[in-house]
Design a protein around this ligand. Structure first.
Ligand code: BES
Ligand code: ZN
Ligand code: MN
Length: 520
């Protein structure tokens, strides 16, 4: 979708659909201009009560004299001052109604989309992201397309209109960023929705290679089972053993930052189907275990956004990909394996496979001398019990890193919540026969899974996002969400901003030192 930003008078916009925000009393510049041009039609409609004042409620005025627009879509911002929370509802209302109005282009006025607790640029970014997300379809396996209405129009051009120049540069940047995040999310959603027979570890490897082919700053390396065996990744291989599909460890190195700058590693769980293995899962909703690679999808999605925005930072995207299947070759409960780190693991439950592939990948990540490692995984059903489908679980061995990720989640409307981790939980992993077991019992399942991973992340700052509840929707709206791409990208943007600020202060101090030395 083409999204641009433009300064101009709302009533002069030539478009199929002009979106104007309307509050209860105090109206914005665009509203006033269009109201005037239409002989006070808008205020008359409001007075008559045709637009209910709940944030995101819409009223389509199909034909109207006095303006250049073919239609006007009035969107309620509510009775109170706009906040980030209500702005999200307003944005959702805009996007749904514009799509329903079946137009190919629209102008959305940003006048009035100014939440008190966020910048106008934030709102522009959220709107652009939502618009881009709305273009997502997963129809490649349907002989008849669902959304094909008679007119067959797709919204492909949206202009964000501002009456005054204020913050134009920031808003333009934000629109580009928001759209790129939406694009990355759509890439992630597409991989998530792809069925397990198509989306295999080899398929994910191919996707990573394709992305690198189009980008000079990105290089991809794929390890197969032979290479992993040579390295000694006994834990990873214990998962993929039971499957006919070859496991892959995928590494995408993006060099957008300074030479020698330590990278941030994003590591995704890429279990392309999780049957549970010999500890077989029950049949109900087992199809949803094709989504067990959504962590990997979010890493690939974030990489798409990173290369689109050409972010000035070094990032290593890693994907630990395997299929978890029962077979005569599969690992059995009680088996003991040796991980790349040398630590031995008693596999008490073959359904706790995510941590088994991730732990070897974490050890492998040491070679990048990372500034921080963030792994993203649909790791535990227990996380859905604890936090539901709205908030991702966060576990970390570093308070600063945890705070940064939480803040990024808040900012990006892709929230996470930190869970505790200490020795008492860690002890639950003790095994009678090996260095540790791969499960810690039913209580605190998300935390013990985090403790397991932490045993492989001792040499760097590490955080783990459990996205079991947030990566996909179940039920009628079954499908991948593209989360936590927004959180990850925001986290990187924050790192970049932070580094830039530090460079400036460093330059200032060194300049000050120079002048000082000149004086003496
Ligand atoms: N992929 C699952 C976790 C999961 C389950 C995510 C349901 C989303 C919905 C993971 O591999 C798993 O099976 N975990 C087990 C761990 C248990 C055996 C300790 C679980 O959560 O039941
Ligand atoms: Zn799994
Ligand atoms: Mn499992």
């Amino acid at each position: 979708m083409e999204i641009s930003v433009k300064i101009g008078a709302a009533d002069k916009q030539r478009t199929q659909c002009l979106v104007i925000l309307a509050g209860k009393t105090q109206q914005n510049t665009a509203f006033i201009a269009v109201d005037k041009a239409t002989g006070n039609l808008l205020s008359k409609l409001l007075k008559r009560g045709d637009l209910k004042q709940t944030p995101g409620q819409t009223l389509l005025i199909p034909s109207i004299d006095g303006v250049q627009a073919e239609r006007i879509l009035l969107v309620a911002t509510g009775k109170e001052t706009l906040t980030a929370k209500t702005a999200i509802k307003v944005i959702a209302g805009i996007v749904t109604a514009v799509k329903l109005s079946a137009v190919s282009n629209a102008v959305v006025s940003l006048d009035g989309l100014e939440p008190e607790d966020r910048s106008p640029a934030w709102a522009a970014s959220q709107l652009s992201q939502s618009l881009e997300l709305s273009s997502y379809r997963f129809e490649q396996f349907k002989s008849q397309k669902d959304n094909k209405d008679d007119k067959d129009v797709t919204l492909n051009k949206v202009t964000l209109q501002l009456t005054v120049r204020k913050e134009l540069v920031d808003i333009e940047k934000a629109a580009i960023t928001g759209r790129a995040i939406g694009f990355g999310m759509n890439q992630a959603r597409n991989l998530g929705d792809l069925p397990g027979n198509e989306c295999t570890p080899s398929h994910l490897a191919k996707e990573a290679e394709n992305l690198a082919r189009q980008n000079t700053k990105l290089s991809t390396k794929v390890l197969g089972e032979k290479e992993m065996k040579k390295l000694g990744m006994g834990s990873f291989l214990s998962v993929t053993k039971g499957s006919a599909e070859e496991g892959k460890l995928i590494t995408m190195e993006y060099k957008g930052g300074k030479r020698g700058e330590q990278p941030i590693v994003l590591l995704g769980k890429g279990v392309t189907f999780d049957s549970g293995g010999i500890s077989l899962k029950p049949g109900a909703a087992m199809d949803e275990m094709k989504f067990d690679m959504c962590g990997a999808a979010s890493v690939l999605g974030a990489m798409h956004t990173i290369v689109t925005l050409k972010l000035p930072i070094n990032v290593v995207g890693m994907i630990a990909s395997a299929e978890n299947m029962p077979s005569g070759h599969a690992s059995k409960p009680g088996d003991i394996v040796t991980s790349l780190s040398g630590q031995t693991i008693e596999i008490l439950n073959t359904d706790a496979e995510g941590r088994l592939v991730l732990c070897d990948a974490l050890t492998y990540a040491e070679r990048f001398k990372p500034r921080a490692v963030v792994d993203i995984a649909t790791l535990t059903g227990a996380c859905i019990v604890a936090l539901g489908a709205h908030i991702s679980g966060l576990l970390s061995n570093n308070d600063d890193l945890a705070e940064q990720l939480l803040a990024a989640g808040q900012q990006a409307e892709d929230p996470a919540w930190r869970m505790p981790m200490d020795e008492t939980y860690d002890k639950m992993l003790d095994s009678n026969f090996a260095d540790m077991a791969n499960i810690g019992g039913r209580p605190a399942g998300t935390i013990t899974a985090g403790c397991f991973l932490a045993r492989y992340a001792k040499s760097f700052s590490w955080a783990h996002l459990d996205i079991a509840g947030t990566a996909w929707n179940s039920g009628k709206k079954k499908g991948s969400t593209g989360r936590p791409v927004p959180l990850l990208v925001q986290f990187l943007l924050d790192q970049i901003a932070h580094d830039a600020a530090n460079t400036v202060t460093m330059q200032k101090t060194s300049a000050r030192k120079k002048t000082a030395s000149r004086k003496t």
